[in-house]
Design a protein around this ligand. Structure first.
Ligand code: HEC
Length: 201
């Protein structure tokens, strides 16, 4: 049996081992520097706010059909801009997806969505649904993974509600732009997806 060198205090070894796997606690930012946690939250808020503004403006001024095109251009552009500005990967993913090029969740993002779904069902407030994890990459660098739940509001149902409730010209437009659209059938208060952020630590 290999013995630990007596010159390395055991609590340091334990701390190092924990650091590899931390923090699995997904309901708060435990173990993550408060400033980093806050700036990560801020990126998610900015995405939601910028896109929400664009969307609401387009819906009010040009109508829902035209707003589909606005969304198609604005959503990836805003995400890309935030990614560049913050040296992070920022996007939105869906529980069911409209734009497969942007919105398909990977492994950890599916895990985050499953956790949000469970917490929402058990009565947690949508605004509280966050997921945090720090992982060690293969190349020895540490990476922060963050997700914030996106829950359907009344406005969203216009374009993500049941197909039979979506006005025909709007549904046609959505299907023309997104032939593989899966992102309908949502009612208000359901988990629609998440803002997901990956950034180096
Ligand atoms: C005018 C129609 C319209 C409205 C209203 C709308 N969306 Fe979307 N949504 C879209 C389109 C179009 C896309 C695909 C955007 C793209 O190409 O990246 C999309 C994509 C998404 C995605 C990314 C995952 C995916 O399915 O590709 C999320 C999450 C999302 N919408 C949430 C919402 C929420 C939450 C609201 C309400 C605040 C909302 N949407 C309102 C049209 C709409």
């Amino acid at each position: 049996m290999t013995r630990l060198s007596p010159s390395i205090p055991l609590h340091l070894v334990t701390a190092a081992l924990i650091a590899v796997a931390i923090p699995t606690k997904a309901d708060d930012a435990a173990g993550i520097d408060a400033a980093v946690a806050q700036s990560t939250r801020d990126i998610a808020t900015e995405l939601v706010n910028q896109l929400g503004q664009k969307l609401k403006g387009a819906m009010a001024n040009e109508g829902a059909v035209a707003a589909v095109s606005v969304c198609k251009e604005a959503a990836p552009a805003i995400a890309k801009n935030l990614s560049t500005r913050h040296a992070a990967q920022v996007t939105r993913v869906g529980t069911r997806v409209r734009n497969p090029a942007m919105g398909v969740p990977n492994g950890w993002q599916k895990e985050a969505l499953a956790e949000f779904e469970a917490r929402l069902n058990k009565g947690d407030k949508p605004g509280d649904l966050e997921y945090w994890k720090v992982i060690d990459n293969n190349d020895g660098k540490r990476e922060l993974r963050y997700a914030k739940a996106i829950v359907t509001q009344p406005l969203c149902v216009t374009c993500h509600g049941k197909p039979e409730d979506i006005p025909a010209p709007l549904l046609e437009k959505i299907r023309a732009e997104y032939p593989d659209d899966q992102a309908t059938g949502y009612s208000v208060g359901k988990l629609r997806g998440a803002v997901v952020i990956t950034r180096p630590m």
